[in-house]
Design a protein around this ligand. Structure first.
Ligand code: CO
Length: 490
């Protein structure tokens, strides 16, 4: 028995000690030309990769209960003529500045970070902090830092200075929010076949409202519509097709009392209810948007979708990273002590929605634990072949993400590049080349944390073959594990 346990330990591709070093705060705001480069930066890679994620994992000495509560820090990697300039800045939200001035934590975090002083200090304090830490996107001449429970913050795209909270020219009304997962329809039928940005915001309650916003390429609103659904909604991401916005309403219940009474964070009051089905809500993008179709499938929990496409008028495919349940962090233990073996793994599933028979079938595409899918932007909402996704080193066991996995959905072939044992990954961004010859003809940019040097590297791969990086750009410092980002071409 002892030998078996030892074998299981030796089997790990990582050590928890190495992994948790990537969750140390980065206080510095830097800007420099990256000079330590191995390989060649492609000359025709021209534009800026923006990334967002929690930069501080404590607030003036009070550690966060959950990294999702950390103040948003934006990194910009600007490529031109085979070189790359790095810059990082915190999003100077109102709450961040107030806490800087006070020199202490003033706000509770949604995911359970409490002010010091126990429950009494947190009693009835239901103010939440807009941490603007989840995604960053350039659209309609604005650079927006996104967090799903509030308005976006606009930043200066050149120097990352914070400009301020943005209601998007009055489109977001008081009390509305703008999610961190907008989708770009590359050829919108509602914008003369030009690209459009579609995003949603959830107003949760016993009955929840899903607001949907579609913007043209200049950031002007094309249409805004909404749908009310019964029950509490925790929806982080969605997918689009030419004719639908598709939402998976995971079966969760919400009891806000422990939050109001200062005992738990708002996010910790969310409970997964495995006895109820997941509702799949298809909202037509065509006015008057009232022919909403709701289907049901087994319980499960989804943060991120890969893509969706229509096969014909009656059939839609949705590919998603699905968990058997929502894993909560043990309230008596730091997230840094997490036992990955005890967490539900996230795996890639394909859902087939039949709108005539109102049935859903699902199929596991891949056994490996994966998260943060990214695809060629030209294929969003349409049939597609390749997914680039963060993956574990081990083919089946749950673990931190340490690899980049390319999945060919047609041949089912896979290619994995692993940074184990010392490197840790997250989301990678795919950038199509000019005049691409195929869907995977582009570059992949992966920001990885190298625990052996306690610094981060930006690694560039060729999308056609990820067996060896084209270039590795060594930063002077580490970037704490981030969430999402996007590319703005020149
Ligand atoms: Co996300």
């Amino acid at each position: 028995m002892q030998q078996l346990e030892k074998a299981a330990i030796d089997d790990k591709s990582y050590s928890l000690e190495d992994w948790r070093k990537g969750y140390e705060s980065q206080y510095q705001e830097l800007e420099y030309l990256i000079e330590d480069v191995e390989g060649e930066i492609p000359l025709d890679l021209s534009g800026t990769l923006y990334r967002n994620g929690p930069g501080l994992l404590e607030v003036h000495g009070t550690p966060l209960r959950h990294p999702f509560d950390g103040d948003g820090m934006i990194c910009a990697f600007t490529f031109e003529n085979g070189s790359c300039f790095f810059r990082n800045r915190f999003v100077k939200t109102k709450e961040y500045l107030e806490e800087q001035k006070a020199g202490k934590m003033l706000y509770r975090g949604v995911f359970g970070s409490q002010k010091p002083g126990g429950w009494l200090a947190n009693l009835f304090d239901i103010r939440v902090k807009n941490i603007a830490n989840t995604n960053v996107i350039h659209w309609g001449n604005k650079l927006l830092a996104l967090w799903e429970a509030a308005f976006p913050y606009t930043l200066n795209p050149e120097n990352l200075d914070t400009i301020g909270l943005d209601n998007l020219d009055g489109i977001l009304q008081q009390g509305e929010v703008f999610s961190a997962h907008p989708r770009i329809d590359p050829h919108s039928q509602f914008n003369d076949d030009k690209p459009s940005l579609i995003n949603f915001g959830i107003k949760p309650g016993p009955s929840s409202t899903i607001n949907i916003y579609e913007f043209d390429e200049l950031g002007k609103i094309i249409q805004k519509y909404s749908h009310e659904t019964r029950g509490f909604c925790f929806i982080h991401d969605f997918v689009i097709t030419p004719n639908y916005c598709i939402f998976f309403q995971n079966p969760t219940t919400y009891n806000p009392l422990p939050f109001v009474f200062g005992l738990r964070g708002a996010g910790e009051c969310l409970d997964f209810d495995g006895t109820k089905p997941t509702k799949i809500i298809l909202i037509p993008r065509n006015a008057p948007h009232d022919k909403v179709v709701t289907l049901e499938t087994e319980a499960g929990f989804i943060f991120h979708h890969s893509n969706a496409f229509e096969i014909n008028n009656n059939e839609i495919v949705v590919d998603s990273i699905c968990y058997a349940e929502l894993s909560q962090i043990d309230p008596n233990n730091s997230y840094k002590e997490v036992d990955f073996d005890k967490l539900a793994p996230g795996q890639l599933w394909r859902f087939k929605l039949n709108l005539s028979t109102k049935t859903v079938t699902k199929e596991l595409i891949n056994n490996r634990c994966v998260e943060f899918p990214y695809i060629n932007s030209e294929n969003v909402g349409g049939d597609y072949r390749y997914i680039f996704i963060g993956a574990t080193d081990h083919p089946t066991k749950n673990a931190p993400l340490q690899g980049l996995l390319k999945i060919d959905l047609v041949t089912k072939e896979e290619q994995l590049y692993s940074f184990a044992p010392k490197g840790f990954t997250g989301e990678s961004v795919f950038i199509s080349k000019n005049n691409p010859q195929s869907e995977d003809d582009g570059w992949i940019l992966s920001l990885i944390y190298d625990s052996s040097q306690n610094r981060s590297n930006l690694v560039i791969f060729d999308g056609k073959d990820i067996s060896t990086p084209i270039a590795t750009l060594y930063l002077k410092q580490h970037i704490p594990y981030g969430l999402h980002g996007s590319w703005k071409g020149n």
